[in-house]
Design a protein around this ligand. Sequence first.
Ligand SMILES: [Zn+2]
Ligand SMILES: [Zn+2]
Length: 272
Amino acid sequence: MNFFKNIVFLSQLTTTNIKAYFKSKEPVASEPIYTNSVNWYGHATAIINLSDIIILTDPVLSNYLGHFFKRLVDKPYLLKGKRVDYILLSHGHMDHMDFPSLRKLDKTATIIVPKGYKRLMKIFGFKKVVVLRHDEVYEDDKIKITSIKADHDGRRYYMGIDNESHSYLIERNNKKIFFAGDTVYTQKFSSLECDVALMPVGCYKPDRFACMHCTPEESYKMFKMMNCPAMIPIHYKTFKISLENFDDTTNILKNFKDETLKIINIGETYKL
Ligand SMILES: [Zn+2]
Ligand SMILES: [Zn+2]
């Protein structure tokens, strides 16, 4: 039965992506990266500025994911060659750990990865690779980063036996940003305090994806359990890797009629 479901899913996805292939990309905003701000680059990639230190989450800077999934919108910035201080990778899926992007990025950046990816990052040329297990902390004179277990099987192509998936809490000069990565609904974040939460709201269709990803409603519910004044929805609108309609996702979020839900577009900057 699953075999036929997979065939239907893949054919629907292929049709959508073939259509996207012939469409020109939508233009996007390219707002400045202010001191103490979050700019959404697209999908799970955010450019975070904390007191002028630059942190990049799950960088996907490519026009295609795996040569097949076309980026639906333009890229806000040319990040190649730009100074990046820290790169955080949440897990090994290709929409979060994009090899062509990692090859292009500043190799002097400290890259923080879950267990299972250190050797790969060394091969890409990163000089400082930090591996965090769940609930571990990396701290230096500029930043504190805490890994929190995300409920998500993030192994690349199901390889590896104990590769982990993280969410991260990023702290610098009394500012705190939570980056959830990918996760199903969990109550693990309920005691968490932060200034803004970057929460995934995509990849929830077909329904069986619920074993890997949260819905927008679940994402919002997790946010509301935190002690946090603002949520930025991410992980949608960029690549068509699941079957939900992005406008439906946006409408679900808007229907919460909650000003703490900051629905920004790709390339827009949220000031802390
Ligand atoms: Zn994932
Ligand atoms: Zn993902």
